[in-house]
Ligand binder design. Structure first.
Ligand code: HEM
Length: 407
């Protein structure tokens, strides 16, 4: 694994990316809302921990989101050549890592598919998927691994159906997604995993082009005639990867968190109208994106009194920003489902703000509500300390979550 922080840094890697317990995040912030950070390769960049400062960087056109060799997960969206090597440039269509005007052109082609209205129209269908998985879980008896039976399948089924990917083909992308998001995967393995998913998506694009008119986002995208085949392949891959691992970890870690905060869980059970806010608060409190967003200055720029030089890398620390007392007064280290939590940066900010956030919100609202309606006495089936945490992954969460209920 490439270490992000070297020994000379005032902050350890655990300070930055360990589970954000009370105190840890605050300590990082005390160093400064923006502070210097030495990356493992010697580059001296910055870590941004203040909520206002994170938003300022993410909304400034003076930063690029392009390839950054200082980031341990940088290889994820590289273009892989036919001989399996990376060309050290972002794969065309991966608009998450592209700047305007390419970013604007490509994002626009998908925007209409992810509006609040469009997503609300899908809520009955998403409810059916959730209920199906819960019925399956119940059929297993009185215990199950919630990640395997519920948290991962729900968003995977949803994004597969939306994209027109056969869910039975999930073995062709699920394990490789995990490899690509792991901090322990070697660069060679990352590229192999990337190449396999790209091949799978390339085949899918070819099939959709051969049989146009399908009722899915990819078919609609191809029908616009906007993207090249390579762009469409990588856009679809981005949606597939971004669309299931993230929401799955919110469902898994969110359930674990609620089970560990019984008073908060009671609020959710007794006041169903709190769910919209509860989802925002869980997003704020859990801040599952731990390695980024990351930006590189394209010119000298002053942020909050600091002179950021062209070429400096800036790492946004989402957990710290989301617990910044300047933005979330009271006790930002506490989970409080009634707190006004909107405005958190868990979905990012600025032009790259999460395209799928309305979809993710609906999946979480329906997912948490129905889970605790169906299993009101859901409980952990192992000691909380024994739950395997995803400390080695770019997206935080639980690897598995053994739960039990009365039959
Ligand atoms: C709880 C679940 C999710 C979380 C925490 C999350 C988080 C994020 C964050 C922080 C960004 C901004 C990255 C940056 O600025 O560098 C982002 C971008 C993005 N997300 Fe999500 N996401 C979630 C769910 C989804 C879903 C369900 C989809 C797709 C269906 C999705 C698709 C995208 C895409 C396409 C982008 C790139 C947007 C752009 O560059 O314009 N995400 N997400």
């Amino acid at each position: 694994m490439s270490e992000l922080i070297s020994e000379e840094s005032p902050l350890t890697r655990e300070d930055l990316f360990g589970p954000p317990g009370p105190g840890e995040v605050a300590r990082i912030r005390e160093v400064g809302r923006i502070s210097r950070l030495r990356f493992a390769d010697g580059h001296i960049g910055w870590v941004v921990t203040g909520h206002r400062q994170v938003r300022e960087v993410l909304s400034s056109p003076k930063f690029t989101t392009g390839p950054d060799k200082h980031h341990p997960l940088d290889l994820r969206f590289h273009r892989v050549s036919s001989d399996g090597k990376t060309e050290h440039k972002v794969a065309p269509g991966t608009f998450l890592r592209q700047d305007p005007p390419e970013h604007t052109r490509l994002r626009k082609l998908l925007q209409g598919q992810f509006t609040v209205r469009r997503m609300n129209q899908l809520s009955v269908w998403i409810g059916e998927i959730v209920d199906d998985r819960l019925a399956h879980m119940r059929s297993l008896g009185g215990r199950a691994n919630l990640v395997e039976e519920f948290a991962l399948p729900v968003p995977s089924l949803v994004i597969c159906a939306l994209l027109g990917v056969d869910y039975d083909d999930r073995h062709r992308f699920q394990d490789d997604t995990v490899k690509m998001l792991s901090l322990e995967t070697s660069p060679e393995e990352t590229l192999e995993a990337l190449a396999r998913i790209q091949l799978f998506m390339r085949e899918l694009v070819a099939r959709k082009k051969a049989a146009p008119g399908g009722d899915d986002i990819l078919s609609d995208l191809l029908a616009t005639g906007g993207p090249t085949d390579e762009e469409a392949t990588n856009m679809a891959m981005l949606l597939l990867l971004a669309g299931h691992e993230t929401t799955a970890n919110m469902l898994g870690l969110g359930t674990f968190t609620l089970l560990r905060h019984p008073a908060q869980l009671e609020i959710l059970k007794n006041e169903p109208e709190v769910i919209d806010n509860a989802v925002e608060e869980l997003m704020r409190y859990l801040s599952i994106i731990r390695f980024g967003p990351l930006r590189t200055a394209t010119e000298d720029v002053e942020i909050d009194g600091h002179l950021i030089k062209a070429g400096d890398t800036m790492l946004m620390h989402v957990p710290a920003a989301n617990r910044d007392p300047d933005r979330f007064p009271g006790d930002p280290e506490a989970l409080d489902l009634r707190r006004p939590a909107s405005g958190h940066v868990g979905f990012g900010h600025g032009i790259h703000q999460c395209l799928g956030q309305q979809l993710a919100r609906i999946e979480m609202r329906i997912g948490f509500t129905r889970l605790f309606q169906e299993f009101p006495d859901l409980r952990l089936d192992i000691e909380p300390e024994d739950v395997p945490m995803r400390e080695n992954m770019g997206v935080y969460g639980v690897h598995s979550l053994p739960v039990a209920w009365s039959v």
